[in-house]
Design a protein around this ligand. Structure first.
Ligand code: ADP
Ligand code: ZN
Ligand code: ZN
Length: 800
């Protein structure tokens, strides 16, 4: 008897327990670890993941598996193990971890088909009754699954998911000749002479050696009406079916092939230990620290080339917003169709297509955002994380994992190098490199010895004192005008979207707040509404103050929309494009705006942090940061680090090419070390300063953090539960741990639900994780009963 151990998909049950199910005779040998199965659970049938096969169980009344949901495993042995580890480290349930590893398509509504591959033997054709494919449902009904399983095993057929992705058309009707040539010739003779079009079509099929083709195209080519094609389908000459439309998002792009550049001395020095690690199959984590433009990407490309030469595969992670066509181009340009691309701006179907290329071993390299770290490669030779300091590598929903940790874990398993690249490494990584945990590699010079652009810091308080009330300092404004005249491009950076950051009553000081969240509303001029950026609530701006009925309602602060308006007023001749969340919601908008700017159709690009990344246009000679301190005042211990990184990043956008560039940073706190040191491009000093701040505050990298947030619509409940959790944790950690809270979260209410939290700072706490898990399990019944939610975030990046 074979028994499958199954992790069932019942999130509300919140159980990680493994359930044993018997594999019925007819599925014997078919069900393997990593496949999904349907199993009975109480009165219901639910989905689960098979994680192991055993041949003995102590369970008395064991139930049968209902049926497999896959015919090939969707998770391999390594990913199953990785899932165990991730669930432990992130205090999540295995089911959610497994789901995070798979493309969304496998969660969405889909239809499964089993399709014959080219050159498959006759037996299969008989099974499918001369069709190319059969739906899973029908195969099930006709009891064909076991036989088809064998065909899949021997490579004659495959399972395909058709995602029901309404937004995009992805199925097309194709036809294909299914009779032999001599039969067609015979037919040509036999057709009555008035069947002129049919004759014409058969003749065309014969002559052109036609394979699979879209029905409409065939009609056009053969110059026959669509009805003729239908007639030949009826006669069994053509078979008709639906196929997935080719959804390669880069299909229409031609990537010019590039070849490896001779490396500079510094690049060679960095390359050597990486190659050593590849050759000797020894895992090592490298921190490749090099300013923007110092040639990191070229090092990645050549390391990958070596990996491919060894018959292995590579994963390259890039922050979501940096995954621009330019970035993709660098990899596709070098490795062509060996590259798959994965990110969330692709449709669900496109993501699934790219994932499938990886699973079917059709590609060698994947370039993608965070979740690409789970690419199901089986012979990984390298994992690269570019801009490793980016907070988007941390997933902010369950499972709250960090791609860096996952990458290192996979690197250990595959005994291959992991490269973390950055011009401004995270404090955690740089500290590890200092301690020798990571191997530090440095690229200190920009290519062609082009220096970093000069940065001038403008004190906006001085501007105000001098009578300049506009959002542009005299210096910045003069420089913009100068660039306009020289027909060079300017990038203006602002960390706020919308029009105004808050709306206040001049008489009583009341600030318009979202009625559902404890946060001020942002005015959006284009829709004449105020919006809450947390819950999405929007409403008209009141004409009088809800507190004192005064009608002196004013807009304060500035967002991208307001800056745009102001620019239009001040520089009517300038051509301006704006890039922020509001202008890039539509698919492809991001790319279109960049292309527009790159081709010189605009003089000024204005945007939020989206534009800080990946812009590399020769004509940009001025970068302006309108207000460098917006991030500095957030209640987040990483505020200074993020400010430094962002300013350095933005400055790197100017003068990357022949033309010299310069940077103007406007700020109200010019004396702050993160602004000063970013202007001087002095990472090392910033690191030292910031490390001493972290030490004083007992923050990472000196301490680890665990953040527990309790959310409930009843304030009292939120407080009481947080208190109980706090007390429980106190009795479960050592005296070295620091426990803060319960306190209200920095945003105490979102979407009408109150938020309380407690923060644990610790160094070594062997009992902490099991205590946290107990908390989750203890409150789970209440969570599914009355909407209590408890989130546990290990090494949080979002403190709000
Ligand atoms: P980074 O990734 O550190 O920003 P890149 O790899 O993009 O740096 O390199 C910056 C520029 O220098 C690119 O245009 C790249 O093609 C070029 N470059 C990189 N390495 C070399 C080299 N060894 N010789 C000549 N040019 C190079
Ligand atoms: Zn008022
Ligand atoms: Zn809100």
């Amino acid at each position: 008897m074979t028994i499958a151990q199954v992790i069932v998909d019942v999130p509300s049950l919140g159980t990680d327990k493994v359930f044993d199910y018997r594999i019925p005779k007819k599925w014997d040998g078919m069900i393997q670890p990593g496949m999904r199965v349907a199993v009975p659970f109480g009165p219901r049938s639910i989905q689960g993941f098979v994680i192991r096969l055993i041949d003995h169980t102590d369970i008395g009344k064991i139930k049968d598996i209902i049926q497999p949901l896959d015919l090939t495993p969707v998770l391999n042995e390594e990913l199953l193990q990785l899932g165990d580890w991730m669930a432990r480290e992130t205090i999540s349930y295995k089911v959610s971890v497994f789901h995070a590893m798979l493309p969304v398509a496998m969660k969405a509504k889909y239809e499964k088909m089993i399709r014959k591959k080219d050159g498959a033997p006759l037996l299969l054709e008989e099974l499918l009754k001369n069709k190319q494919e059969i739906s899973w449902k029908e195969a099930e009904k006709r009891n064909l699954l076991p036989a088809l399983y064998k065909e899949i095993q021997s490579g004659n057929a495959e399972v395909i998911y058709f995602v029901k992705d309404r937004a995009r058309k992805k199925l097309k009707r194709v036809v294909e000749p299914i009779v032999r040539k001599d039969e067609m010739e015979e037919m040509l003779q036999a057709l009555p002479s008035n069947a002129f079009n049919q004759k014409k079509l058969v003749y065309h099929l014969l002559k052109s050696n036609q394979g699979m083709i879209e029905a409409a195209d065939l009609a056009k080519k053969a110059e026959v009406p669509a009805s003729t094609i239908k007639a030949l389908i009826k006669k069994g000459v053509l078979s008709e079916h639906m196929v997935e439309e080719y959804r390669d998002p880069y299909e229409h792009k031609n990537f010019e092939r590039t070849s490896p550049l001779p490396l500079t001395k510094e690049q060679q020095a960095a390359m050597k230990p990486i190659l050593h690690s590849i050759e000797h199959q020894s895992h090592e984590t490298f921190l490749l620290y090099g300013v923007t433009g110092s040639g990191k990407t070229e090092v990645y490309l050549q390391a990958i080339q070596e990996v491919i030469k060894q018959g292995k595969e590579a994963i390259v992670l890039v922050p979501e917003i940096a995954l621009t066509p330019q970035m993709v181009e660098r990899f596709k340009g070098r490795f062509g169709s060996d590259v798959a691309v994965l990110h969330s701006r692709l449709s669900i179907g496109e993501q699934y297509d790219e994932w499938r290329k990886i699973q079917k071993k059709e590609v060698k390299v994947v370039v993608g955002a965070r979740s690409a770290v789970f690419a199901p490669f089986e012979h990984l030779g390298i994992i690269i994380i570019d801009e490793e300091h980016e907070s988007s590598y941390k997933q902010e929903e369950i499972p709250r994992y960090h791609a860096r940790e996952v990458a290192i874990k996979r690197g250990e398993y595959h005994r291959c190098p992991v490269i973390l690249g950055s011009a401004t490494p995270s404090l955690e990584s740089f500290a590890r490199a200092q301690k020798g945990v990571y191997h530090l590699l440095t690229l200190s010079k920009r290519m062609n010895d082009r220096g970093m652009p000069p940065v001038s810091v403008v004190d906006m308080r001085e501007e105000l004192r001098g009578g300049n009330r506009s959002m542009f300092s005299t210096e910045l404004f003069e420089k913009i005008k100068d660039r306009l005249q020289k027909e060079e491009q300017t990038v203006l950076f602002l960390n706020r979207r919308g029009h105004s950051t808050f709306i206040m009553c001049r008489d009583c000081g009341y600030v318009m707040q979202c009625p559902h969240c404890d946060i001020s509303m942002t005015y959006h001029r284009s829709s004449s509404e105020m919006k809450c950026h947390y819950c999405g609530f929007q409403t008209g701006v009141p004409t009088e103050c809800p507190e004192c009925s005064s009608n002196h309602i004013r807009y304060f602060g500035m967002g991208t929309q307001k800056v745009e308006e102001e620019l239009v007023k001040l520089l009517p001749e300038a051509r301006i494009v704006r890039m922020d969340v509001d202008t890039t919601t539509r698919k492809g908008a991001h790319e279109r705006i960049l292309e527009h700017f790159q081709s010189g159709k605009a003089d000024i690009l204005l945007g939020t942090q989206m534009i800080a990344k990946g812009l590399d246009f020769p004509n940009i000679t001025l970068v302006g940061v309108l207000s460098a301190d917006t991030m500095l005042h957030l209640p987040d211990f990483r505020a200074a680090e993020k400010t430094f990184q962002l300013l350095t990043q933005v400055s790197g956008r100017a003068g990357r090419h022949e033309l010299l560039g310069e940077v103007v940073v406007q700020t109200y706190t010019p004396e702050h070390y993160s602004i000063q040191l970013a202007a001087m491009q002095d990472y090392q000093r910033f690191y030292n300063e910031e490390m001493s701040m972290r030490k004083i505050g007992s923050y990472p990298p000196f301490y680890y953090l665990a953040l527990v947030t309790v959310i409930h619509e009843d304030l009292l409940q939120a407080v009481t539960v947080t208190e109980k959790i706090s007390n429980f944790l106190k009795s479960n950690v050592s005296r070295e741990a620091i426990l803060l809270g319960p306190v209200a979260s920095p945003i105490p209410k979102i979407n009408n639900r109150y938020r309380y939290q407690c923060l644990i700072k610790y160094k070594r706490e062997p009992n902490l994780f099991s205590a946290l898990r107990k908390i989750l399990e203890h409150y789970n019944p209440q969570a599914s009963r009355d909407g209590l939610s408890i989130t546990i975030d290990i090494n949080p990046y979002n403190m709000m």
